[in-house]
Design a protein around this ligand. Structure first.
Ligand code: ZN
Length: 255
């Protein structure tokens, strides 16, 4: 693996444009449960006998906001109760050293921003948990932690409407602006694409990797397990993101 890490570090050093795609595996190193999209907190059904995908869906938020919020609150508690790890920090530092380095994340925990990744080079494709906003009047409310201590669903201080986080719930569309920014960058091309802790076979994860391969870019996967994309990438670094990324950074000179 040491040889592979040096090989990847050299590719990063030579590269101008880099895309790092991150998934649940990165935040799992912070102690967060690995959820597929928003699900996967549960292997079976919720206490109400529903698949988690139904409980955490856009239609459920409208039909039974208290039930949807019961599970949003569990996600919120998990994210507020943990913090970014050495992997997030290494990514933010790499972005500082490499001004052409972008991050595309499936995670909704906001840890990339907390670790110092610049928002103008960060695409949160599934949205984020904060700030909450009112579905009726649009007012923003940034105190998720305070609302989680009160009866659910949280209500708007201005109009009493139900608040929600700017996450993509099941059966909801991905945010158009995030998709637009992603494909704009993918069309400009990347010299190196690194997938970290993602098992997803979503097209917006697979396509940037496939596009880099087509255009002669260098592709890397960081994941303890093998995934759908393992057989396509140039190098698979089998390890935890919070171990592998700081080690990788150690081989890339700072300024
Ligand atoms: Zn309101």
């Amino acid at each position: 693996m040491q040889q592979d890490i040096i090989c990847v570090a050299q590719a990063i050093q030579r590269a101008e444009r880099i895309l790092i795609i991150t998934g649940a595996g990165l935040s799992a190193d912070s102690g967060l449960p690995t959820y597929r999209g928003l699900g996967g907190l549960y292997n079976g059904l919720t206490a109400e006998g529903l698949p988690i995908e139904a409980a955490l869906s856009g239609p459920m938020l409208q039909r039974d906001p208290a039930l949807c919020w019961k599970y949003l609150a569990q996600l919120g508690e998990a994210c507020l109760g943990a913090s970014p790890n050495a992997g997030h920090a290494a990514i933010a530092e790499l972005q500082r050293r490499k001004p052409g380095c972008w991050v595309l994340t499936q995670n909704i925990d906001g840890y990339h921003r907390q670790a110092g990744s610049p928002v103008e080079r960060l695409i949160e494709i599934h949205g984020e948990l904060a700030p909450l906003f009112c579905q009726s009047c649009g007012a923003e409310d940034s105190d998720l932690a305070a609302h989680l201590k009160k009866p659910l669903p949280p209500r708007c201080a201005r109009c009493g409407g139900v608040l929600r986080p700017p996450v993509v719930l099941f059966e909801e569309m991905l945010p158009e602006d995030a998709i637009g920014r992603l494909y704009d960058q993918v069309h400009q091309g990347f010299d190196v694409v690194i997938a970290v802790g993602t098992t997803a076979s979503f097209p917006y994860i697979v396509e940037p990797v496939a596009e880099a391969r087509r255009s002669g870019g260098f592709t890397v996967e960081v994941n303890p397990q093998r995934t759908d994309i393992s057989r396509w990438v140039d190098v698979h670094l089998a390890g935890r993101a919070s171990d592998v990324l700081p080690e990788l950074l150690g081989h890339i000179p700072g300024h």
